[in-house]
Each structure stands twice: as C-alpha cells, then as structure tokens.
Design a protein around this ligand. Sequence first.
Ligand code: PMP
Length: 283
Amino acid sequence: RIAYVNGRYLPRSEAAVHIEDRGYQFADGVYEVCEVRGGHLIDERRHMERLLRSLSELRIPLPMPLSALSIVLHEVVRRNGVRDGIVYLQITRGVAKRDHAFPPAGTKPALVVTANRIDPEKTERLAADGIAVITLPDNRWDRVDIKSIALLPNVMAKQQAREQGAREAWFVAADGTVTEGSSSNAWIVTGDNEVVTRKADRTILKGITRTVLLEVLKSEGLTLTERAFTVEEAQGAREAFITSASQAVMPVVRIDGRPIGNGAPGLLATALRRDFHRFAEES
Ligand code: PMP
C-alpha cells in the first residue's frame, strides 16, 4: 500500500506529514475524491476543475501542473492495484510556524494522494437494500461550496447517523429545507415524477456526481427541478436518493425512521444508478 507525499511514493506506514502542516493545525486545505472503476478515474476533468476552484477561493497555489497531478493520481491507483475504489487527494497551504494568517509567500503547498479499494459487490448490496438517513440541523459555515478538509460538523453528523443505524445524515437549514448529506448530495422524486435536488449555491457542495446525473436526466427527458425541499416533502416523496463519487446513486428508503414510498429502493433511483456510468468520463 503506497501513498504519495510531497514528491515521493512511500509505503503507507512510512508516509507522514510535518506536525506544522497547516492542514493538521488549521484544516487549512482542500481535497477531492474521485471514483476509480476498472482502474480508470471517473470524471477526473470535472474533479480537477472543482479542485482549482476550491484552491482559488482559499488562495492556495496548485503544487504542480494539472498534467503532473493527473500522472500522480493514476500512478497511486496503479501502484495500489486499485481497480474499483477511490483516489483521494489533499492539498494544504503547507508547513509554517503556527500563525493563523497565511504563511510567507513562497511556502510550498503540501500534496498527499492515497487510493483505496471498495468492494463493488458490497456497494451493490447496499444499493439493493437502500439506506436509512437521519436529519440534523445544518451547523456548518457559509462556504460549504468549497471542498475544504474542515469537516468536523460532517464527522459529527455521520457519527450520529451511524449510532442511529443510518448510513447518512441530511443537513437541514434554518428554514426547514434539506441542504445536502454529510458526504453526498440529496435528491427526491415527487409523485409527479419530478426529480428534485437543491440548486448549487453556497449552501451545498456542487457534487460532480450531481452534475453528471443532471445531464443523464436531461438526456432521458425526465422532468428535473433544482430547488429546495423540506424534510416533510422528502418523507412524502415517491423516492429519495443520494449521490457521491464513492457511491454513485444510492437509494434512500428511510428518513428519520419514516419509510419512503413503499420502503424499497425507488425504480428511478435504481435505473439511474445503472445508467450513471454511461455518462461518466473515464481517464
Ligand atoms: N456534499 C458533500 C458535503 C460531500 O462531501 C460530497 C462528497 N465529497 C458530495 C456532496 C458529493 O460530491 P461528489 O459527487 O463530487 O462526490
């Protein structure tokens, strides 16, 4: 098991970052998670575009050209023999004496890349059963559109879900509408077969899976609306599901204990899960 750390490929057990890395001290960094399928990266270009945006919002320089970064991503996947799973990359503002303000110009951003296998059969079994979701007040900051490594509210939410036998927590804004999951985007299908997901403003992370799925829906001529929905509307919906790079389309069968539709994974969600990869770019 090999990790890439600041220019070197190392066995994971020997891979380490500096104690004054600003990612470690301030969560001053960004990340991306890209699906690996059949040894290929899925939608790499879109993930790289979002990475550039996150970096620029936080004024962290890119540690190497994108073409070089792409080689590192593929190399870590290859060296770990990952056919199906994810590749994780993290860029922090680098190593400097602890001070909240930015370090001196020229401080080199730190780059870590790892890859992990995910058993596709396990994910398929999960999708066949559908998952339970709980809802929690959205207590995050107002720039969750940046894919920052500062994930404490997400960590607490996911743990609470886990403790209640659920796989995901949906964050709920002060106005009662669902923003997104702790590590996924949230969707419903209404009784009129209208597919609904929140508009990608600063209140959610604009998921790559979300963007690609919107294209799938358009190509299939389905009615889709980017708007907010409440927990009550979701509980009364025909179907619900989540999207993320690591799980693609995952049906939701319970929200706060209430069964969605007939309590089984939705037909549309299941079909979209099947269709999704036909629209994804492989590299
Ligand atoms: N929202 C949040 C908060 C997430 O962490 C993720 C997964 N990284 C997503 C949405 C889904 O994004 P993507 O489809 O790009 O994985």
